[in-house]
Ligand binder design. Structure first.
Ligand code: DMJ
Length: 470
């Protein structure tokens, strides 16, 4: 989720009285004891097969709630059992995000029904100002992977229509895209952007170019990524916010968290997916600077905090659910030892309350933002680490994560975000990324390796697998 939406979500979570009505009453939750992954029950292949079935069953539970109470809408409100649309009219966020997960899980009937819904009902000819980044990673990414997995040309046509409608977002003086774009008029607006939103577009637009033969999508998204990179400081770091018309930084905090996170991810992944040497050339100094400046050792544990992009001085010591993608990226790019250490820290953070918070001060050992919007990143990292090392501790870790996730977030109609991980009070929100990412990474962790080979595809930041094309 982009920082703005993420922020809006968190604010809504804190303010909305509606949650009070439907959410469970807060209850004191005993603090969990730290659990070392190596101390957990090992998960052998037979147990992994059982786990994969459990994950599938829970995915179906959430999907059936969506079908029953929110069919045709963007999302399900899992406590009030009501539909929710981001912009007043539906863009089928949950079905598009869920489709490739169903296909990977072998849920053929559900996938066929969902594909038909998308192909016959989804239209982008709507007078809506949409969040460019979110629509790219969720809808463009989901349509493209759906097309590649099924060969359904209708999904590619929808993707091309969507991409074409959003192109005016790039028409700023710098080539850095505006935050919002109107799907019907192409009017783009919103200057206050960040590296995650301007640098997490190339896998999707690039794939669209490869599949349609029209290079314009690749060129615009690549330029946005390069323009972001070129604004790095002398230390090689990017900041947290800039103005897309002037190209000037407005917030110079630098870290791996919200507003920056997937910028790093795409520097590596655009090299992996397209073999684009310029991406590799941008990735190398960027990841070296990140590892050098953000990392901190606290009592022998590795954490990543916040620094000023110009001075490198540490300005904060917070790590959180979003940062937990980074061990997966480290592992995927070959830095296994650092990945292992940071994953250990993510797991420690999760175990403090038996579910991870949005932000945690690792020096003070204190939760600083207690929400949990059902994020996938820690599971994503466990999957990469398991696939790349074969170390059974990551499946054992995944089992513990899944059991906690089900225990605290399952509702009668689906899965609910937590307003507060310390009390486990639930919130009336089930983001579409739960269907695209959280369940998918849990499933992949336990399913047979041939279900998805990370050597053959690159998963976009919403976990939509994209294949190389000529
Ligand atoms: C997803 O929408 C994407 O993974 C994005 O990059 C940030 N994180 C959310 C899920 O937490």
């Amino acid at each position: 989720m982009s920082k703005t939406l993420r922020h809006a979500w968190l604010v809504a979570l804190m303010l909305a009285p509606a949650f009070g009505g439907a959410a469970e009453a807060p209850k004191a939750a005993p603090e969990a004891k730290p659990v070392a992954a190596s101390a957990l029950q090992p998960v052998d292949d037979a147990e992994a097969a059982r786990m994969a079935e459990r994950v599938k069953a829970e995915f179906l539970h959430a999907w059936n709630g969506y079908r029953q109470y929110a069919w045709g809408h963007d999302a399900l409100k899992p406590l009030s059992k009501a539909p929710q649309d981001w912009y007043g009219q539906s863009l089928l966020m949950t079905p598009v995000d869920a489709l490739d997960t169903m296909i990977l899980m072998g849920l053929a009937d559900e996938a066929a029904r969902t594909r038909e819904l998308i192909a016959t009902q989804l239209s982008f000819d709507k007078d809506l100002d949409v969040k460019h980044f979110e629509i790219v990673i969720r809808l463009l990414g989901g349509l493209l992977s759906g097309h590649q997995l099924t060969g359904d040309e209708r999904l590619l046509k929808l993707a091309e229509d969507l991409g074409t409608r959003m192109l005016p977002a790039f028409d700023s003086p710098t080539g850095l895209p505006y935050v919002n774009v109107n799907l019907r008029t192409g009017k783009a607006q919103g200057n206050d952007s960040n590296p995650a939103e301007t640098g997490t577009l190339l896998l999707e637009y690039g794939t669209l170019s490869k599949l349609t033969g029209n290079p314009v999508f690749y060129e615009k998204a690549k330029r946005a990524l390069v323009e972001t990179y070129e604004r790095r400081s002398k230390l090689g770091l990017v900041g947290e916010r800039f103005d897309v018309t002037s190209g000037k930084w407005t917030h110079t905090s630098s870290h791996i968290g919200a507003r920056i996170d997937s910028y790093y991810e795409y520097l590596w992944k655009c090299w992996r997916l397209f073999g684009d040497e310029e991406c590799l050339a941008m990735w190398k100094p960027s990841i070296a600077a990140a590892n050098r400046h953000y990392a901190e050792e606290v009592d022998g544990a590795l954490w990543y905090g916040q620094v000023d992009m110009h001075t490198g001085k540490h300005t904060g010591h917070e790590y959180g659910a979003l940062d937990a993608f980074y061990p997966g990226l480290l592992a995927y790019s070959g830095d296994i030892e650092r990945a292992r250490r940071l994953q250990r820290s993510s797991f420690e953070m999760w175990n403090l309350h038996g579910i991870e918070p949005e932000a945690y001060d690792y020096r003070e050992r204190k939760v600083t933002y207690a929400g949990y919007p059902l994020r996938p990143e820690i599971v994503e990292s466990a999957w990469y680490l398991y696939r790349l090392t074969g170390d059974p501790q990551y499946r054992a870790m995944g089992k513990k994560l899944f059991e906690d996730f089900v225990r605290h977030c399952r509702t009668e109609a689906g899965y609910a975000a937590l307003k507060d991980v310390t009390t486990k009070q639930q919130a009336d929100d089930m983001e579409s990324f739960v269907m695209a990412e959280t369940f998918k990474y849990f499933y992949l962790l336990f399913a047979p390796p041939e279900t998805l080979d990370p050597a053959q595809v690159v998963l976009n930041t919403e976990a939509h697998p994209l294949r190389r094309t000529r």
